[in-house]
Design a protein around this ligand. Sequence first.
Ligand SMILES: [Zn+2]
Length: 278
Amino acid sequence: MTDAASHDPPGPLAPARARMHELAARYAQTLPGLDTHSLMAGLDGVTLNFMPMGERDGAYDPEHRVILINSQVRPERQRFTLAHEISHALLLQDDDLLSDLHDLFEGERLEGAIETLCNVGAAAILMPDALITELLARFGPSGRALAELIRRAEVSASTALYALAGRTEAPVIYAVCAVTRLDEETPGDDEGRPAGRALTVRVSGAAPGAKYSLRPGTPIPENHPVAVALDTQIPLAQASYIPFRSGRRMPAYVDAFPERRRVLVSFALQTRPAKDPA
Ligand SMILES: [Zn+2]
């Protein structure tokens, strides 16, 4: 598994994803809370064990009714894995969903579909619809809303970003930007920057209404509000632009919320079709 909720475009798996989301959301509603032990409260007779597991994040053993979690990975990853393994258990209890999946896929594709669905389930458990609705109502589709979702749901930035993007109606692109060492980065920074470090897009995701995407590794120019927010550690919201890797600058309202060494950003596209600034 990965710790990012998968965000593929609609396909043959779309109805199963919707069903899994519903299953997991309903499970989460019955829980006394969303801390580790509360998360297990809805699974009768299943035990939870933390242990070193090498490369694996976790596993669910339906025969012995036990969930194993790798104790050697960071806590937010353990938490997502736990919700993912719970989703495996929920999926195994749903004969209709299982038989639909077996009709659609086989072999490795079936396994891949199941893993994708369990990531969908994990996201639905950890980030209840009501929480996302509340944050969008309070903060709008903003970098601040993304920061709050990461904090309140205790999930990774990418997990929160995909969930928030999926629920945002306005044409918005979200991004997490951070300083990267250039030698770790993909080649292609030809802006004459001093070797060493640059502020780049780490992860990005667009709401369904935004028809653009921002590639990971895209550099943020020094005077852009995202760079200023990182330098000053003060949130900034202003009309600016999306710095596409091609060099194109598309007008957008930028909301940049700095958190120590990263900046959580939303780029709201203009809803009225502007003339192409070519
Ligand atoms: Zn799995």
